[in-house]
Design a protein around this ligand. Structure first.
Ligand SMILES: [Fe+2]
Ligand SMILES: [Fe+2]
Length: 264
């Protein structure tokens, strides 16, 4: 397949993207620290080819054929059941985790446990913000700069710091999880391979039929309009080649199934 080559550290990536959950533009102030910039620069230097080629196997079969690993993270899921009941997280997070595990098999040099835990928890903060503002600010108007986007990232870190110690995760690991959660929507570029894989998993779920059904309703778009935008706006944002391949395969299946070429 042919995929667009995205800039390595383009601060405006996603800026004009009405369907991205990860608006990347404009809000540099809250995350503009030297440490963050340095980490992003290090990652960009270490992975100069974009999309990042996959050294491991890339599985493009429907994600339902490879759910997330059985039982291994059950204790963590049980600790955040409350947080899954907001904003479709009980659909979004398990599918994203399945994609995250797939991506880790394609990039075996990544710390898979870090990617998995960060993906599972990344949006749990939505359960701890004013739910009425998720729609009014999170999806409308100038929502890319919405304060609530920052709030859900901070609240997600609070969830991680609350639930992970009791499950035996070391403090250093928890802070690495929080470094990924904090800024996953608002920081313009990835800081590490693990950060990149979480971001790609966070987008890939939308290409599955369940993601299209749920997310198109959030944006009040018909499936044809929504899948057109996935192709033109979300695929170019994907950081890894494996994610490009998975997204393209899923999009082809989903648009055929939903007959978006005709029903438009
Ligand atoms: Fe998010
Ligand atoms: Fe998300």
């Amino acid at each position: 397949m042919t995929t667009p080559k995205t800039p390595v550290a383009d601060a405006d990536a996603g800026a004009a993207n009405p369907v991205s959950e990860n608006p990347a533009a404009g809000n540099h102030a809250a995350v503009d620290s030297a440490a963050v910039d340095s980490a992003a620069a290090d990652f960009a230097a270490a992975y100069p080819v974009r999309p990042v080629p996959a050294p491991g196997p890339v599985d493009t079969a429907p994600i339902a054929t490879t759910p997330a690993a059985l039982e291994e993270l059950d204790s963590l899921w049980q600790a955040v059941v409350h947080e899954t009941r907001t904003r479709g997280n009980d659909v979004h997070l398990p599918i994203s985790l399945a994609f995250a595990e797939r991506l880790c098999r394609a990039y075996p040099e990544a710390d898979a446990e870090l990617v998995r835990v960060a993906t599972l928890l990344h949006d749990t903060g939505w359960a701890h913000v004013d739910e009425s503002r998720i729609i009014s600010e999170g999806f409308t108007g100038d929502w890319r700069k919405a304060t609530i986007r920052y709030e859900h990232e901070k609240q997600g870190c609070d969830v991680a710091r609350r639930v992970l110690p009791g499950l035996g995760y070391p403090a250093e690991f928890i802070e690495r999880v929080c470094a990924i959660i904090d800024g996953h929507d608002t920081r313009p570029v990835a800081q590490s391979l693990e950060d990149a894989l979480m971001r790609d998993a966070d987008r890939l779920w939308r290409f599955d039929q369940a993601g299209i059904a749920l997310a198109s309703s959030w944006f009040k778009m018909d499936p044809a309009t929504y899948t057109d935008r996935l192709a033109t706006e979300i695929i170019p944002e994907l950081i890894t080649q494996a994610a490009h391949d998975m997204a393209t395969a899923d999009l082809n299946r989903s648009t055929a199934l939903l007959k978006t070429a005709v029903i438009r």
